[in-house]
Design a protein around this ligand. Structure first.
Ligand SMILES: [Zn+2]
Length: 410
């Protein structure tokens, strides 16, 4: 066996320590996640969970002046019971501010969950509910990281811990958070669903459209020719969207997007020519201009269909559109500092980073729109938004280790 000189072994040990980086207390991280999972808190009802996060932080010596709540919940359609929780720590190391975030709300199917550990997984002991690891596991990763830094007094750059409200109902916490209140971080890391090595560097943009069709009611047996059926207008419009390739997966001229008419409410009785129809549709795409083309195609199809359905005296129905951008698409460059840091941290724990572009919106969409480039990492949630939801504790612990490296700039 080759024998290394003492000087070498000291150097090797030092290198190994650097490679290992700071190690979080994983037993405590498990206690934190089980604690946070057990607290009900669907969108708009995050106050209890926010208070629990605060009490963990206070116990770890976090000064009261570090906490703040914003008023995001007063601007959301769903008036919530608490705003975003923001915790800011001044740096003990120089360097740009870093932000770690997760959303506090869970989808309604998770209310009533009883987290139960079974081997390396956490499940809901209540078969009627999901677990809520989306995104309490993310909250636990961010909170555990803060606890480690506070208790062990680990050196760190200026830090912001951001616990967002109302992600599941429209990304509202991130949407209404102010960059100044978050300390204008230069690198930001969002912990949400999936495996820890899944690094989401971009996401599609989404547009929502309400379509109101006004027809002309008439008795369907006595004088159907005097009516204009709102249902007929909707049907013709949707048929033309399908025939012309503007519904579902839309691929034209090398561009790609999606659209869906997801809701139709119309009609009251078979003996009445339908007076009105209310439809809800969406369009998504990574390319904003192409997504706008899809929206225009939908509007054109409904306007054209309205002209085709006429009463005997030449009257037609009317269509009005109300649209709104839910979130704009974003794409982070490979050399964006938060991307490079996330890749390095995932590699440092021996995993292979997998870069992804999401086809759904993330809080990171609004962070990017607010001028804060944000990369999203998973923390072990599986089958989210279902009663089969589970948390893989090994992946969760890996996320805790990655998060601590990111927060301490290891
Ligand atoms: Zn989530």
């Amino acid at each position: 066996m080759p024998k290394s000189k003492p000087a070498d072994s000291v150097r090797d040990a030092a290198q190994a320590a650097v490679a290992a980086g700071p190690q979080p207390d994983l037993a405590r991280a498990r206690r934190v996640v089980l604690d946070l999972l057990g607290i009900p808190g669907k969108s708009g009802e995050e106050r209890d969970i926010a208070e629990r996060i605060c009490s963990w932080l206070k116990e770890a010596g976090c000064p009261r002046s570090a906490f703040s709540f914003d008023d995001a919940h007063t601007k959301t359609p769903l008036k919530g019971n608490v705003g975003n929780l923001i915790v800011q720590l001044p740096g003990t190391l120089p360097g740009p501010r870093r932000l770690l975030m997760a959303h506090m709300d869970t989808v309604p199917v998770c209310v009533g969950t009883k987290p139960v550990v079974s081997g390396r997984f956490v499940k809901s002991g209540n078969p009627a509910t999901g677990l809520g690891a989306d995104d309490r596991a993310g909250c636990a990763v961010v909170l555990s990281t803060a606890l480690e830094i506070l208790e062990k007094k680990l050196p760190h750059p200026p830090l912001t811990f951001f616990f967002a409200i109302q992600e599941e109902v429209g990304l509202y916490g991130a949407r209404f958070a102010k960059a100044a209140a978050l300390g204008r971080p230069k690198l930001a890391f969002n912990f949400d669903g999936g495996a820890v090595e899944k690094i989401t560097v971009g996401a599609t943009g989404g547009y929502r459209l309400d379509i109101a069709i006004e027809g002309i009611p008439s008795h369907a047996g006595v004088a159907p020719e005097k009516g204009v059926s709102a249902i007929a207008i909707a049907s013709l419009a949707i048929a033309s969207l399908v025939e012309d390739g503007w519904h579902g997966l839309v691929e034209k001229g090398g561009k790609r997007g999606t659209s869906n008419v997801g809701v139709i409410q119309a009609g009251a009785a078979t003996n009445v020519v339908a007076e009105s129809a209310a439809l809800r549709a969406e369009a998504r795409g990574h390319d904003a201009a192409f997504r706008e083309r899809i929206v225009k195609a939908i509007e054109k199809a409904f306007a054209a269909a309205a002209k085709k359905v006429k009463s005997v005296d030449g009257k037609t129905g009317k269509v009005t559109f109300t649209g709104r951008l839910d979130y704009e698409a974003f794409r982070l460059a490979d050399d964006e500092p938060c991307v490079a840091a996330a890749v390095a941290a995932v590699q440092a724990i021996g995993k292979t980073p997998r870069m992804e572009i999401s086809n759904g919106g993330l809080d990171a969409n609004w962070m990017a729109a607010n001028g804060i480039p944000t990369v999203t990492l998973g923390c072990g949630q599986m089958e989210i938004h279902t009663t089969k939801e589970q948390l893989d504790l090994e992946a969760f612990e890996a996320a805790c280790t990655v998060a601590l490296r990111l927060a301490t700039r290891e």
